[in-house]
Design a protein. Sequence first.
Length: 79
Amino acid sequence: MDLIERALREGLMVAGDLRGGEFVRWSLSVDGSLHRIQSSWTRDWPDQIPTPGSVVWLDLTQDGKRMAQATLEREAGVP
């Protein structure tokens, strides 16, 4: 949850669902999204890590994509 919270608060990802293969962003604040994720996770997956998309789908923002690309390049040794 800490990682999800950080990604949402820093604007690297947004929370939503996949519907028919399309991402649909939740119309909630970051706090509202975090509450929904935490509630669903503890209710439906109390002793497990949820399968991807069962609680939330996290979509990268443009800032998140830039950070991910920079990380991949750094790890690959690209100058």
